[in-house]
Design a protein around this ligand. Structure first.
Ligand code: CP
Ligand code: NVA
Length: 314
């Protein structure tokens, strides 16, 4: 069974094909013409808040001819202690796939292990792979023109600022390896990439593709993308005050754009907090492609859904 729990669940060729399929869906005029999920019901198990992921998956499943069931953790017995394994076994008897937003990466792995249907990671504390595929698609559609999307990413430099140990940073680390990009992260020393992601990068042979610096100007120099995410991820609210004080030097400002490439893009997975991780000026600038990113969640996730459904049929 093919799942999408981490970026590398597709190899480089498969990942490139997902990006091309996303372009087809986006350019397809009639967005609802797809029938890849015709007659299928997919469950969305969410244990955390969501605007973009929830809505884009619900709409995307509908547009592919399927039916989406939103299952907040507390509305199902999982919230009262039914095991992840039993939940997987039971839901596999009704549904054709699961989209899961939760805390522990091990929960999505366990749903995949005990169920008999494809599982998509819609964000864990460790990774946010749907976001990463969308992000690279969004940059590539700027750079590739009519050419090959994945090819246009090769050798590009991404600079990531702030919490360099969170899910989106980890996803960028894996994604940079998969799409042959260079990544430099910049934040306080205690928010450098953690041992788990470092181990995974080594295992995948991506160990040489990234670096970390506490100097944000060094990170921004000649970058093609300046990327940031919230300083306080979901589940980390108790640490908010301390984190914000430490991260102030890593806010994305116009000054950083002064040393980046002239055509550098600003990207953020959203939600954004202006005046914290990024200035309002940068958010509003013509370098900012944040709402294209948000839109492209829909097209990219439709490509991921259709690819998994096709893999299951064949
Ligand atoms: N970027 C993202 O995943 O947004 P949501 O939390 O709104 O789904
Ligand atoms: N790192 C953020 C991403 C939100 C889409 C979080 O986990 O809250």
């Amino acid at each position: 069974m093919k799942h999408f729990l981490r970026e590398t669940d597709f190899n480089a060729d498969e990942a490139a094909a997902v990006l091309e399929l996303a372009r087809d869906f986006k350019g397809g005029g009639n967005r609802s013409s797809g029938a890849a999920l015709s007659g299928q019901s997919w469950g969305l198990i969410f244990s955390k808040s969501s605007t973009r992921t929830r809505v884009s998956f619900e709409v995307g499943i509908y547009e592919l001819g399927g039916n989406a069931l939103f299952l907040s953790r507390n509305d199902i017995q999982l919230g009262r202690g039914e095991t992840v394994a039993d939940t997987a076994r039971v839901l596999s008897r009704y549904l054709h796939g699961l989209v899961v937003r939760t805390f522990d990466q091990s929960d999505v792995e366990e749903l995949a292990e005990y169920g008999e249907i494809p599982v998509i990671n819609a964000l864990t504390d460790f990774l946010h792979p749907c976001q990463l595929y969308t992000d690279v698609f969004t940059a590539a559609e700027r750079w590739a023109g009519a050419g090959d999307l994945a090819e246009s990413l090769k050798g590009r430099k991404v600079a990531f600022f702030g919490d360099c140990a969170n899910n989106v940073a980890n996803s960028w680390l894996l994604g940079a390896g998969l799409f042959d990009m260079e990544i430099i992260l910049s934040g306080p020393e205690e928010f450098a990439p953690g041992p788990e992601i470092q181990g995974l990068l080594k295992e995948k042979g991506f160990g040489g593709r990234y670096s970390f610096t506490t100097d944000p100007i060094e990170a921004a120099r000649d970058a093609d993308i300046l990327y940031t995410d919230v300083w306080v991820s979901m589940g980390m609210e108790e640490e908010a005050r301390e984190r914000i004080e430490q991260m102030i030097p890593y806010a994305v400002t116009s000054e950083l754009f002064g040393v980046a490439r002239d055509d550098a893009l600003f990207m953020h997975c959203l939600p954004a907090y202006a005046g914290k991780e990024v200035t309002q000026e940068v958010l509003d600038s013509d370098r900012s492609i944040i709402f294209d990113q948000a839109e492209n969640r829909l097209h990219t996730q439709k490509a991921i859904l259709a690819t998994l459904a096709e893999a299951r049929r064949s």
